[in-house]
Design a protein around this ligand. Structure first.
Ligand SMILES: [Mn+2]
Length: 551
């Protein structure tokens, strides 16, 4: 079974994170791996949304978190059985495929019940109990199909599901007629051989179905009589005893399926379904989607196997910035341009990390290394990733490598670097009407240094005044963020893309405050001249202050 590999950027994704994920998944597809898909760990920020709309590119799949869910552990191969199929046919399929269970569905694929061996054994025993013979719920068509019998006379009701009493035609004529009469309110199936006197009485008593065993045929006269009395006739290739036994197996699976077993949903967590799995008599549960359609089965055994999805991280490598729950899954590759964080694996992985301006530059370079051409819309997207992360190739993180790659993409796409830069930076700096909490969480990163945690958000603006006017609201929101993360401080870097400088709004633990050595503009606000990069300029300075605080 081929696993799905998701290429995913960090939480609160920026344009570079999303563009890299889409660009890298597309490269894998071009290289012939169809199981790679782009994903995102958050909503698109206004700039990224603007870019995806501008180039009309579908947004990658959104994951809220990666808590272990049914969908990630469910095996891909499964089969269902239509409720009208006979038990005989269904058991044959279980036997030949080795499947332990078959979800029974209606004609729209919706879940009805679960067929498993112990449900089958239980139900068949009640039907075949010689002490208390019970009518069998089946149809004449199902009996004919199960017996591989030759139809001779058919009637309209042959497809109807009814309760049939099965009698074997034998004994003296008188007692046979009595027996028929004693069941005359029921739907009777008679299994008989070639005794013409007995057949005549049987037909005259208007039984529903006459089964002739061992390939015997009706003479013309009896055939006519059967037609007149509305008796269906089939010829079984078997003798009496296998014929009567097979009739029990002609019941449709809808009669045999276990109705007690409730289905689980694709997005149910494993913790949630564990109790239900334990109490399922077959240790299997059917899985349904939102429309109640069966999409698989899951067993206790599947939970101890590896999940069916794996991940490639782009534009981050610190676990605190990765999507929640990632620790349950295998990380195959990391492609990034940030400082090294806390990631460790128990197996070797591809790890590409270079101190360049954007992950999009690294992804573009991989297309070159593999010598494959870049689709135009992907080239446009990657160019935006570079220009967004480097503030239009202006930030201190920009390298010649990024400039060369941007030129290359610009010539492929015929997009002007300067124009596109101001267009997307403007789209990202529209803050009017947006709540402080939204601006803080849109691009917030959590950093862990041992036991110490802090958060730094970033927002790009055309003018810092609008933020400073609402300073108190920002500080309040930052304080909420700080407490919920148990952080020593929470800050937002407000970068003026016209001045290429920033201010830093910060709320900090009293004990940490003395270690913040930036020039103070006013209470809780610092001025960081020439600082535009959180990763390359701000975080190294902060890390020093945190180190001296830890002492
Ligand atoms: Mn980046």
């Amino acid at each position: 079974m081929e696993k799905t590999v998701y290429v995913i950027g960090h939480k609160n994704p920026d344009t570079d994170a999303v563009a890299s994920a889409v660009g890298y998944a597309a490269l894998k597809n071009i290289l012939g791996y169809s199981n790679y898909k782009a994903a995102r760990a958050g909503h698109l920020n206004p700039q990224t949304a603007y870019i995806f709309n501008k180039f009309n590119i579908p947004r990658p799949q959104y994951f809220q978190d990666l808590q272990p869910k049914v969908r990630y552990y469910m095996p891909k191969d499964f089969e269902t059985v239509d409720e009208n199929v006979s038990v005989w046919e269904a058991l044959g399929r279980m036997e030949s495929t080795g499947l332990r269970v078959l979800p029974v569905t209606d004609r729209n694929g919706k879940y009805q019940s679960l067929l498993h061996y112990s449900a089958f054994a239980q139900k068949i025993l009640t039907v075949l109990n010689p002490e208390k013979p019970r009518p069998i719920a089946t149809s004449i068509n199902l009996i004919q199909k199960t017996l591989n019998a030759q139809p001779v006379i058919s009637n309209e009701e042959d497809s109807k599901l009814l309760k049939y009493t099965v009698l074997v035609g034998s004994s003296s004529l008188e007692s046979w007629e009595e027996r028929l009469k004693s069941h005359n309110t029921e739907n009777i199936v008679v299994i008989a051989s070639n005794r013409e006197d007995l057949l005549k009485i049987t037909i005259e008593n208007k039984v529903k179905l006459l089964i002739l065993t061992s390939g015997f045929v009706l003479n013309k006269e009896l055939r006519k009589l059967a037609e007149e009395h509305g008796v269906s006739v089939i010829i079984s290739p078997y003798r009496t005893s296998p014929t009567s036994m097979l009739i029990a197996y002609s019941m449709p699976v809808s009669v045999i399926g276990d109705l007690e077993i409730q289905p689980v949903h694709l997005d149910d967590t494993l913790t949630k379904i564990q109790a239900a799995l334990k109490s399922s008599p077959c240790r299997y549960l059917p899985v349904i989607d939102e429309q109640n359609k069966v999409v698989g089965v899951i067993s206790e055994h599947d939970l101890v196997l590896e999940p069916n999805v794996e991940f490639i991280l782009v534009d981050h490598n610190e676990m605190s910035q990765a999507i929640d729950g990632i620790e349950h899954y295998k990380i195959l590759e990391v492609i990034d341009h940030h400082r090294l964080g806390t990631l460790s694996t128990s197996y070797p992985i591809t790890f590409i990390n270079k101190p360049v301006g954007s992950t999009s530059s690294l992804i573009t370079n991989l297309y070159k290394e593999y010598r494959v051409s870049i689709p135009k819309e992907i080239a446009s997207l990657l160019l935006c990733g570079i220009l967004s992360d480097t503030l239009g190739l202006q930030s201190a993180t920009t390298t010649d490598f990024d400039r060369d790659i941007a030129e290359y993409l610009s010539s492929i796409t015929n997009l002007d670097i300067k124009e596109l830069s101001s267009e997307i930076l403007l789209a990202g700096s529209q803050i009017t009407g947006r709540k402080p909490s939204e601006l803080i969480s849109q691009d917030m990163k959590i950093y862990n240094e041992g036991k110490i945690c802090y958060t730094i958000s970033q927002v790009e603006v055309g003018n810092t005044k609008e933020i400073l006017d609402h300073k108190d609201e920002f500080i309040n929101e930052l304080e909420i963020e700080r407490r919920s993360n148990k952080a020593i401080f929470s800050a937002i870097l407000v970068t003026d893309i016209t001045q290429l400088s920033s201010i830093l709004l910060m709320t900090a633990d009293e004990e940490f405050k003395p270690f913040v050595t930036f020039p103070k503009l006013e209470e809780n606000v610092f001025y960081l001249q020439g600082v535009v990069s959180r990763k390359k300029q701000l975080v190294p300075l902060i890390a020093e202050q945190v180190a001296s605080y830890k002492g």
